[in-house]
Design a protein around this ligand. Sequence first.
Ligand SMILES: O=C(O)C(=O)COP(=O)(O)O
Length: 319
Amino acid sequence: MKALVIDRIHEDGIDVLNQYFETVDIHHNISRKELAAIVGDYDMLIGRAAPATGVIEKPTLEDSGKLKVIGIASVGLDQFDQEYIESKGIKLINLPGVNSISVAEHTVTLLLCGMRYILLAYEQMKKGIWNKHGFNEALELNGKTIGIIGFGNTGKAVSQIVRSGFGMNVLAYDPYINKQEASSNRGTLVSLEELLSSSDVVSIHAPLTDETYHMIGEGELKSMKKGAILLNSARGGIVDEDALYQVLSNRHLRFAGLDVQEQEPCYESPLFSLDNFIATPHIAGLTEDALSRAGKRVAVECLQYLGVEIKEDTDAVST
Ligand SMILES: O=C(O)C(=O)COP(=O)(O)O
């Protein structure tokens, strides 16, 4: 059997693949055209949620040959034409929850970094400015309210950190869960309107779908409390960036911290000119821990799908 790896997968996962496959080909910078030409020679294709090739859709899989399974060593499925993949008889495997802790910890890092002016203060220090009283407007998080949009694995992990670590109150908006599920994860389920108007911090942890595309637009941003904070470590397309620019530049929002942009890679943005905006290049889920776990798990789950019996000593963490 043959496996094709088209994105950076942790070496622990590649080790698992090497144990079971005759051939494991690794092509990190393959173009869509090249992929389309060779994909049919492989039983398994392994990639990431934001594939280096861009969206995996019709032309790429036209000649899918013996391809039986596509494994994604992360979570989001928005870059995959799921219906088409299914119609070709190919199984798509992703790993819900595999990087939740990493994404949640990164989200809280963005929150603290912005709230305590870490980047601005250090930039000034490097310029020889000792601005001791320039950041007195920072607030404590204790007793404040965070509103979490999308109360799945990552939303719940954020809830856990900010409640037990900072004593924040947690509101949750998620049309797919009930009150009990929210409360057993330390959140109070509310409508989107109530969440936006009552939260000091709003953090997005929903998938990008037709339903969530630009769900946070001008009206929603304006309905947030004056001085509130917006965090997005989910998908860029959920927030209308032009509207975000407006509410940041007129200081309706205190700041925004984004790990994701509508267009990625993102090399420039009007948002970069604002001193109340911070961003990272879609790295929230990328830690050694999450990558190793995901690499092993995606390999094992795809192998199991192909009916391969996994040796007992194969180390696949099931978190
Ligand atoms: O798990 C996800 O959905 C992520 O956003 C991480 O994306 P990546 O696998 O790094 O392309």
